[in-house]
Design a protein around this ligand. Structure first.
Ligand code: SF4
Ligand code: SF4
Length: 199
């Protein structure tokens, strides 16, 4: 894949990169050990000072590295410069670029995030989610595909756009609707159970 950096280049870039003053993943990630919900600032964030419990921070915080920190993306595309954290996500046997906005509307306000999406969308789907209401398993999201095609999903409805202009609107096929309901039911149950055990 032309757009993906070679392993050597990525390793070289990763070695020279650090989070610095960025703490966007501390807002976006869910941290069960702290009862912290995804999309909300962590109570241990200390601005430019970093994490207030750095030495004892939970495993998910120690283990997480966004694509930029791993040496992907360009130097100026650290999440605090773009407004969203970016990950390569495995979906089945393929890959997807996941962009999670730190604040709602960040993607539309960020030429840098849009440039990243444009670089990748010809090679893999680019999924954009906002950081609000992330506990809602039914929240809307967008998927950018090649040739200017974009899918906007909200509930059982899908809107298809080309170059930003809506060309079709339809209800998902029944099998996908059924699959969604089963998945949503399962996720709601697991959210309820997690909240219960965190009380
Ligand atoms: S989003 Fe990336 S660069 Fe920013 S703090 Fe998290 S891992 Fe570091
Ligand atoms: S515990 Fe520290 S590293 Fe983990 S989310 Fe909170 S501020 Fe970030």
């Amino acid at each position: 894949m032309a757009r993906l950096s070679s392993d050597a280049k990525r390793e070289r870039r990763a070695a020279s990169r650090s989070c610095g003053t960025c703490s966007h993943c501390c807002t976006v990630l869910r941290v069960d050990e702290l009862g912290k919900r995804a999309g909300l600032d962590c109570k241990n964030q200390r601005g430019e000072l970093g994490c207030g419990i750095h030495e004892t921070r939970p495993a998910i915080c120690r283990g997480y590295a966004c694509l930029w920190l791993q040496g992907g993306l360009e130097d100026g595309e650290r999440p605090d410069a773009t407004g969203g954290i970016v990950d390569l996500e495995t979906v089945g046997i393929g890959l997807r670029l996941g962009i999670r906005e730190v604040r709602r509307g960040a993607f539309d306000d960020s030429p840098a995030l849009q440039a990243i999406a444009e670089r990748y969308r010809s090679e893999m789907p680019v999924r954009i989610t906002d950081a609000e209401d992330v506990m809602n398993p039914d929240r809307p999201f967008r998927v950018l595909l090649p040739d200017g095609i974009e899918h906007r999903l909200s509930g059982d409805r899908i809107e298809i756009l080309r170059d930003g202009i809506r060309i079709e609107q339809k209800t998902l096929p029944w099998a996908e609707r059924l699959g969604r309901r089963v998945a949503i039911g399962g996720r709601r149950l697991s959210i309820w159970w997690r909240n219960r055990t965190l009380q």
